[in-house]
Design a binder for this molecule. Structure first.
Ligand code: ADP
Length: 489
């Protein structure tokens, strides 16, 4: 049974639309499961096209007043939301672990990370001022920054709190009102966030439409087709992202896409191998490998390959598989059985797996996958599927490279995606040159965890469009710069 009474932070069977807690038509709800046990831990309204229209109307009604609220006042309200999130850190973390399975320590970290975006954008909002060009004697040319309008935000289950605040914090600070569609696996954290926002934000500023998987496309279609929704921001799979990209063409929306990656993790021959293993473990095994910036393609120089592999295996051995709520657990379940089955299918029979992990995973249940190390030979015509595809699980595809830095850059860039990359090196001049030439939106050098509110997060190539967070970047996704020209002065 559930360890947490989710009713503390959630109104059962209801979601927040237009300042009211409402259910779906015909009171339809869908169950939310604890991925560790399969137990039902709560439910959320199963909404579709009609309720999405209602939520858009609510956001639209609230827009004029919210965009005219002074940026400073919006900032204070966001700060209030931030404070209430921080105050309920423990309950939010437990609720999050309950529905997504990540170890409690990681969930606490995510509450802090998620709250930091609300705080950051509360500070960014008042600084979004325009500019004046007074260089012509008879005219003054200026720009003002205006909220783009209502925004649709579609978020994934792997950061049930952080992906919402990273988008909603920016949009609300910019003066937009929002309709959030959280992932079907993790609606409770989204609803808890809405509950905490209720006291801080005016009715209709933040609306949440929850839906079971079967209804997600209908909700998405309405958000994309609506002329009232002027910006759409999505974090999730490349497949769904491409579909939303196409669907947004009809209304030419501002679009932010944060899609999958397949991050290269390069270890050079002069790397500090203890540091390399520390970075590798942090990046690869965070949330059991279920983040879009997790290291996915390990490229290790021939000269240090055996040593690195040994040390990495020793570190992997220390991972503790179990329920995220249990003490000492560092590797929880995958989000659901579908995901776990997919990851298992990517692990070849000759992969290195420790017996203690395999036995523990079997005993715990079908959502648990033992960490596996897969040696990949890049000289073969076809690398295994776990190399070409983001594995999104505790799988370490490990390849040896020979030759100079150009060789590894070429291999790393041989992929359609480009989100994060990692380089571990002794000589920072070499690392610098490599990092600049890697075709990714972000790169960690001697660092395995890089995401922060203060820097722009996002990808290149098929990993997406736009940036979230950072100075000016994330908030600009929700602003239009309008040019005014005063002539004949
Ligand atoms: P994953 O495969 O990791 O679940 P998805 O991209 O499928 O990632 O899901 C991310 C978010 O997109 C979730 O909120 C999900 O409900 C939503 N989603 C899935 N399919 C669609 C769709 N066709 N239109 C709009 N949103 C969708």
């Amino acid at each position: 049974r559930a360890d947490v009474d989710e009713t503390v932070l959630v109104v059962p069977g209801k979601t927040l639309i237009g300042g009211e807690w409402v259910g779906a038509q015909k009171r339809a709800v869908f169950p939310v499961f604890d991925p560790a046990t399969g137990d039902v831990v709560g439910s959320a309204p199963d909404m579709g096209a009609a309720e999405t229209e209602i939520a858009i109307d609510a956001a639209s009604s609230a827009l004029e007043s919210w965009r005219r609220t002074s940026p400073r006042d919006r900032s204070r309200r966001l700060r209030q939301w931030h404070d209430s999130i921080v105050e309920r850190r423990e309950e939010l973390a437990r609720l999050m672990t309950l529905e997504c399975g990540k170890p409690l320590a990681e969930a606490r970290g995510e509450v802090d990370y998620g709250a930091s975006f609300v705080e950051w954008f509360a500070e960014e909002g008042p600084r979004c001022v325009g500019s004046v060009d007074a260089s012509c004697s008879d005219r003054r040319m200026l720009t003002t920054r205006q909220a783009v309008g209502c925004a649709g935000l579609i978020t994934p289950w792997n950061f049930p709190l952080g992906m919402i605040t990273r988008k909603a914090g920016a949009a609300l600070a910019a003066g937009c009102t929002v309709v959030v569609k959280p992932a079907e696996d993790t609606p409770l954290t989204a609803l808890a966030l809405a509950k905490l926002a209720e006291g801080a934000l005016p009715p209709g500023a933040l609306n949440v439409v929850t839906a079971a998987r079967a209804n997600a496309p209908a909700v998405g279609e309405v958000l994309c087709a609506s002329p009232v929704v002027r910006a759409l921001s999505f974090t999730g799979s490349t497949e769904v992202g491409k579909r939303l990209y196409a669907q947004c063409a009809g209304t030419v929306k501002k679009l932010g896409l944060e899609l999958g990656g397949n991050a290269p993790f390069v270890v050079l021959d002069d790397a500090d191998l203890d540091l390399a293993v520390e970075c590798a473990m942090a990046s690869k095994f965070r949330y059991s490998g279920q983040t879009c910036v997790c290291a996915d393609r390990f490229l290790v120089h021939d000269a240090v390959f055996d040593d690195f592999e040994d040390r990495l295996l020793r570190a992997i051995r220390k991972l503790e598989i179990g329920r995220g709520l249990d003490d000492g657990v560092t590797l929880g379940p995958l989000i659901n059985q579908r995901a776990a089955d997919r990851v298992r299918s990517l692990i070849p029979d000759d992969a290195a797996v420790f017996d203690k992990h395999a036995a523990a995973a079997r005993a715990l249940g079908p959502t648990f996958v033992a960490p596996a190390l897969v040696r990949v030979d890049l000289d073969l015509d076809h690398p295994p599927p776990c190399w070409d595809n983001e594995n999104f699980g505790p799988v370490v595809p490990l390849a040896r490279f020979r030759g100079d830095d150009d060789a590894v850059i070429e291999i790393a860039n041989r992929h359609a995606t480009g989100l994060a990359a990692y380089v571990v090196a002794g000589d920072l001049r070499r690392a610098w040159r490599i990092a600049e030439r890697l075709e990714t939106g972000m790169c960690g050098v001697n660092q395995g965890i890089i995401s922060t509110a203060t820097m722009p997060f996002g990808g290149v190539k098929e990993s997406g469009i736009g940036r979230e967070g950072g100075i000016g970047f994330g908030i600009s996704e929700y602003l239009e710069d309008k040019y005014l020209c005063f002539g004949n002065l």
